[in-house]
Structures are given as C-alpha cells and as structure tokens.
Design a protein around this ligand. Structure first.
Ligand code: FAD
Length: 402
C-alpha cells in the first residue's frame, strides 16, 4: 500500500492509531468533528482551579497500555488517594461491610470459573449465589452503575471486574486524562483537522475517499475510530458488509452521567455508594491535596431517570446532600455531564451483552478500511485502555506503507 492514511476521530483510539501509523512511515491526516481532541476523555477546569473529568476518570488495575503510553509520552500519572474499587455502601437494608463484599467477590469468582454454571447475565449469576439480600443488592448496584445498564442486560463476566478491583489506590493522567490525548496529538501539527465531521467514506480495493462538509480527501487507507452510533451515521459507499452492519446494530450503549459539586472545605479522600439510587460519590486528590469537590457518577437509564438528570442537576444535588452530610456543599458552580445528548458520542460506552463475547466482525479489515474505538476492544471495551489498544491493533492491520 502507498502511504497516506486518513483517521476519522481524534479520541484515544484514533490518536493511538495515528501515532502508530506515523511511526510505521505513513503520512497521516486526522479528521475530528469536535473543536478538541480526546473525545470521551475530556478534562475541564472549574473557576476555583479544580479539575473535573467530564468523561473517563479512572485508570483501572491491569490497564497497562494506558500506563505504558503515558510513560512513553512523558505524561505522568496522578494518584487520587482513594480506591475506585472500595466504596462505603449506603443501602436501605442490613449494613454491608467491606468483608461482606470481599466474600461476595470470591463467590462471584468461583461461580464464573464453574463450568457447570452458564451464568448469562450479571442478574442471573447474582440470583444463583447464596448472598444476603443487602449484599446481593449492593453488588447489583455496583455492576449497574459501572456497566451503565441494567444487570439483566450485561454479561455476568462484568461482575468479575466489579468484584475484583478491591483496595488498590486509583490514578489518572497528571493534569487530567485529556492531557494524554493532547500529548498523542502534539506531533500531528496541521495533520489534525478539528471541526471536520466526516459524512461519507467511499472505499474500494484501491483506496479511500473521505468527505466532510467542505472537503474531499483521497487516501490509500482509512481508520474509522468513532463510536458505533456515529459509524452507523456515516454513508459508506459501498455499504459495509451485512455482518459488519449487523454487529454494529447489535451493540448496545450504556447511559451514564456525572455531577461535580464544589465544596466549601477540603475533605479527606472518600468513596460512598448509594445502592437504591444507583450512583456513587468520591472526593479525591489532585497533586498533594484533596480537591474541594465531590464527584458523582450514575449509571443505567433507570438511575438517570430516578435522579431527574434530564431536567438538570437539582434532584441529584439534593440526593448527594442527603448521602454526604459529612461534606459542606457549595451551592454555586455545580456541573452536570451527560453523554446521551452528545452528538459525537450518543451514549457513554458500549455494553458487554450477556453471552456476547467478542464480535470479530467489528475488527475485520474491509478492503482499505480498518476500525477502532473502545467498542472494538473485546475485554477492554468501555475503557480508555481499550480505546488505545484498539487504535494500535487497527494500525497494525494496515502494516507498513510501500
Ligand atoms: P471517543 O473518545 O468517543 O472518540 C471518538 C472521536 O470521534 C470523538 O472525538 C468524536 O468527536 C469523533 N467523531 C465522531 N463522529 C465523527 C465523524 N463523523 N467525523 C469525525 N470525527 C467524529 N474509561 C476508563 O478507562 N475509565 C473511566 O473511569 C471511564 N469513565 C467514563 C465515564 C463516562 C461518563 C464516559 C462517557 C466514559 C468513561 N470511560 C472510562 C470510557 C472512555 O471514555 C472511553 O472508552 C474512551 O475514551 C473511548 O475512546 P474512543 O477513541 O474509542 O472514542
């Protein structure tokens, strides 16, 4: 193949592909719809200087590609002083301790290893385990929040993640996760075009032509690195093969929202989960000090409806005030982050469907087209780490230019 590759989407997947292709000797051009890089990794600074992650926040244990990428680019990691996997549980029933959760995690791990059990969904597996009702409900809340969907619509294997993370302290990228996207984009210079949504991709065995509202660009290959709902919106000429379109149509997306509430005082680091309302809150360090800010994350459409997210932050703010009487909430400067209404995301992240497994059709090369994005990352789907892995994999599928 000759040497020009167009990359559609400057999230972590597209940028990882661009970095790898540049290294392999390709001439690259990245087209991004938004006026910034990073996609669902988006860091904002509040008026008081606090940093908030509107989307992706935690680097989870075992996400070693993102850690290696940060190190390679000279971008540091930032300790948060709290553990993503350890949350105080506030439920309606019997108190749930960390020991209860550890015992339940061990039971989940044993069940997932048991060849006699065909667990299907997370809900089905939880129903088969001998757990106290309040513990079962806490774990169900945990998985629904993290998977951003109901427990009966996510694979039982997601329980392993929820249960396993434990007490390991969490980190993110120093200066915010979007800093990693900026570092990946830095070598691109004017080979990155912002505000350039791609509407048409014409492809055959010889090459690719990509159209935006005011441009038409020819290349030898293209990487499509946009979320599945946006892949479905691009006009492919000819259409992608049926198995690819069907795989895209099968993908479900979870719904999640975040709320950030400035505090009048710096609190200690903490993490508290509200079982019934399906959200959790945390206070965390940036640098040496805990920020004067409480963050909240809610997952699943039912939870977002219950918290009235579609009508603004007020109901959720009142709920946080009830859950966290230990914190002095400021009334001004509350920020709500939603993704279902984001035109370039259309949801939070892909869902591992019960029994779904990896969908090979999503990562198949089609002539001169390859595909990236968290939704193509198999067990790492839904993560920044998966986005990076997918971009590297897609670049590898193109190999070196002639
Ligand atoms: P994106 O980041 O969505 O990038 C795709 C890019 O394509 C976007 O910039 C978009 O604007 C662009 N685009 C779309 N359509 C077009 C078009 N037609 N033409 C040109 N450009 C286009 N992950 C974690 O690891 N840890 C977390 O704690 C975590 N929390 C999360 C919390 C929330 C609320 C959300 C929403 C996500 C979270 N994630 C988390 C997931 C993580 O953000 C994603 O997995 C990852 O950032 C996806 O990267 P991507 O490159 O695949 O997609």
């Amino acid at each position: 193949m000759a040497g020009r590759a167009v990359i559609v989407g400057a999230g972590l997947a597209g940028l990882a592909a661009a970095e790898a292709l540049l290294k392999a000797g390709w001439d690259v051009l990245v087209l991004e719809a938004r006026d910034r890089v990073g996609g669902r990794a988006w860091t904002r600074e509040l008026p008081d200087g606090s940093l908030v992650e509107m989307g992706a926040e935690f680097i989870l244990p075992g996400n070693d590609v993102i850690e290696a990428t940060a190190e390679r680019l000279g971008v540091g990691l930032q300790q948060k002083g709290m553990a993503y996997g350890r949350r105080d549980i506030h439920g309606d029933g019997e108190p749930v301790t960390q020991d209860d959760l550890r015992a339940a995690a061990a039971a989940v791990a044993r069940a997932l290893d048991d060849p006699e059990l065909a667990p299907g969904s997370a809900a089905e597996l939880l129903d088969q385990l001998d757990l106290a009702p309040s513990v079962r409900e806490a774990i169900r809340a945990r998985v629904e929040i993290s998977a951003a969907t109901a427990a009966d619509s996510v694979d039982a294997r997601d329980l392993a993640g929820v249960a396993a993370y434990g007490d390991e302290l969490s980190c993110g990228i120093a200066g915010g996760n979007q800093a990693l996207a900026r570092a990946l984009a830095a070598p691109l210079g004017d080979r990155l075009h912002l505000r350039s949504p791609v509407t048409v991709v014409a492809w055959d065995d010889e090459g690719v032509t990509v159209r935006t509202a005011d441009d038409e660009l020819s290349a030898d290959a293209a990487v499509i690195a946009v979320p599945a709902p946006l892949v479905r919106q691009i006009d492919f000429e000819p259409l992608l093969p049926p198995e690819h379109r069907e795989a895209l149509a099968r993908l479900g997306y979870g719904q999640a929202a975040k709320l950030f509430v400035p505090l009048l005082e710096r609190p200690p680091a903490s993490a508290v989960l509200a079982v019934r309302e399906r959200y959790w809150t945390w206070t965390a360090r940036v640098g040496e000090e805990v920020q004067p800010l409480v963050s909240a994350f809610s997952g699943s459409q039912a939870a977002l409806d219950g918290l009235g997210v579609a009508h603004g932050p007020d109901d959720w703010l009142a709920a946080v005030q009830r859950l966290r009487p230990d914190l002095a909430l400021a009334r001004d400067g509350v920020v709500l982050s939603t993704w279902a209404d984001d035109p370039w995301a259309r949801g939070a992240y892909s869902i591992h469907r019960p029994g779904g497994g990896d969908d090979a059709a999503l990562t198949e090369r089609r002539g001169r087209l390859v595909f990236a994005g968290e939704h193509t990352a198999g067990p790492y789907a839904g993560l920044m780490d998966g986005a990076l892995r997918s971009g590297m994999r897609a670049a590898g599928q193109l190999g070196k230019p002639l």
